[in-house]
Design a protein around this ligand. Structure first.
Ligand SMILES: [Fe+2]
Length: 251
């Protein structure tokens, strides 16, 4: 198993609403949901807004650590969120600090490695934030009307999507992710299987629902049975979250 360096202590769960939790956790993600005019209106010279940017933060889980007990134990969620996800947040902030220092020093000798770290930790933080929201103690069942329409357009049937997503996720090489994403240029949904966090990315596609298949996500309960873990993921999948993200990004 792979373990990241320990991060800050996990704040208590249940202190924020689901919406405020998500907004606080990944401010950068809201860009994807903004109207196009607001996205292109971002400041673009001499970083006049840089002083207002805050470090990334590890938000509490949107539910209690034992809320998904039938699928994942509290121990797994505590380790996964409080250690692994926290490690990506810590790595993302320290990488941004190092890049800022490189800019100040006008010394880009290490920029290639820094950009690699940025993609790894940044993608790790974003995907984990989406992962917690992709599951719910009230999850499962069937998707809402908007998601259903688009799933049928892109995959033929809902069951066709389930099988496609499950197969791609189970087949992700080594540590990776299964991702349902909206691709705005073609106006369709796609399934991608990321290796690590950032490899095999479909640039421009907006992730809607994700399933973590790094061993740290399931090994303590499922051991090497990744297939069982992925199949049970559909019992807790939060279709409502996918519906909200799709609705906010449809063009
Ligand atoms: Fe993970």
């Amino acid at each position: 198993m792979n373990y990241d360096s320990p991060g800050r202590q996990q704040p208590p769960a249940g202190q924020m609403t689901r919406r405020t939790w998500f907004q606080a956790s990944v401010g950068a993600l809201t860009l994807a949901a903004l109207p196009k005019t607001e996205v292109v209106a971002q400041p673009n010279s001499e970083q006049p807004h840089a002083k207002t940017l805050k470090p990334y933060e590890l938000a509490p889980l949107p539910y209690a650590t034992n809320a998904l007990e039938g699928f994942l134990s509290a121990e797994i969620l505590e380790l996964h969120h409080g250690k692994h996800h926290a490690g990506y947040v810590k790595g993302l902030n320290s990488t941004l600090d190092a890049i800022e220092e490189a800019r100040k020093q006008n010394n880009y000798v290490a920029i290639k490695a820094l950009e690699r770290e940025l993609a790894f930790h940044g993608s790790g933080h974003i995907l984990h934030t989406l992962y917690w929201n992709s599951m719910s103690p009230n999850g499962g069942g069937e998707p809402g009307p908007v998601l259903t329409e688009h799933l049928k357009q892109s995959f033929g049937t809902i069951d066709g999507f389930r099988k496609h997503f499950a197969a791609a996720t189970k087949a992700a090489e080594a540590s990776g992710w299964g991702i349902l994403a909206y691709e705005p240029f073609g106006g369709r949904l796609i399934v991608t299987a990321a290796e690590s966090h950032q490899q095999m990315a479909f640039q421009g596609a907006v992730p809607l629902l994700v399933c973590d298949v790094w061993e740290h996500a399931y090994y303590l309960r499922y051991q090497n049975r990744r297939s069982d873990y992925v199949d049970k993921f559909f019992e807790v999948i939060d279709w409502k979250f996918g519906e909200q993200r799709l609705s906010a990004n449809i063009r």
